[in-house]
Design a protein around this ligand. Structure first.
Ligand code: E4P
Length: 217
């Protein structure tokens, strides 16, 4: 399972990259706005931190505009993945951009049928949004499972990028189903290490070790 950081905050991305566990980054217009940075500048900085795919999202609503913006964003670095929304125009843009050999991430996916269209249009990644489905009392994980089944049925190579991840349970559940990638805020990825029994066990080991008076180094 690949880990992408869902953020445009440079410090957070650097911290995760230093662990060697970071495989890529996803951004969106809201995350760029939150960073307060210029999209091209901050995206170029991110691309220097990781050589994995870095998703940069188009904002045009027509296919022609998305294609033009996608080509412009792709000039930033070789590892740019052009992110387009799952609209009819987004699908058309995906087909053209992927046909040019560019990586495309089709985002805002909320149904299996949408995921089929993205795969047929040659998407590198499909981004089903788990948390936002949970928010409206649906089960985002059902969507991941449906897409996994459908893609496996037909041998589609589009990678399932589980997005809108809000908790560590989302990550384990997506892994059980076989999502190829998860994108999550770095704080959620860091929480994966937490377990009270690990903390309790370590305290006991250290207390017993102290009693021996030994040192390893
Ligand atoms: C994915 O690419 C999106 O940027 C992101 O996961 C959306 O998450 P949210 O629903 O928490 O905003």
């Amino acid at each position: 399972m690949k880990f992408f950081a869902d953020t445009a905050e440079i410090d957070e991305i650097k911290e995760l990259a230093e662990t060697g566990l970071l495989d890529g980054v996803t951004t969106n217009p809201s995350l760029i706005a939150k960073s307060g940075r210029d999209i091209k500048e901050v995206t170029a900085e991110i691309c220097k931190i990781t050589d994995g795919p870095v998703s940069a999202e188009t904002v045009a609503t027509d296919a022609e505009g998305m294609i033009a913006e996608g080509r412009e964003l792709a000039k930033i670095a070789d590892n740019i993945t052009i992110k387009v929304p799952l609209t009819w125009d987004g699908i058309k843009a995906c087909k053209v951009l992927s046909g040019e050999g560019r990586m495309v991430n089709v985002t805002l996916c909320f149904s299996p049928n949408q995921a089929i269209l993205a795969a047929k249009a040659g998407a590198t990644f499909i981004s089903p949004f788990i948390g936002r489905l949970d928010d409206i009392n649906l089960d985002g994980m059902d969507l991941i499972a449906d897409i996994r089944t459908i893609y496996d049925n037909y041998g589609f190579e589009t990678q399932i990028l589980a997005a809108s991840i809000r908790s560590v349970n989302h990550i384990a559940d997506a892994a059980r189903i076989g999502a190829d990638v998860i994108t999550a805020p770095p704080a959620v990825i860091k929480k994966m290490v937490d377990h009270p029994l690990t903390d309790k066990g370590l305290s006991a080991f250290l207390a017993d070790w102290k009693k021996t008076g030994q040192s390893i180094l």
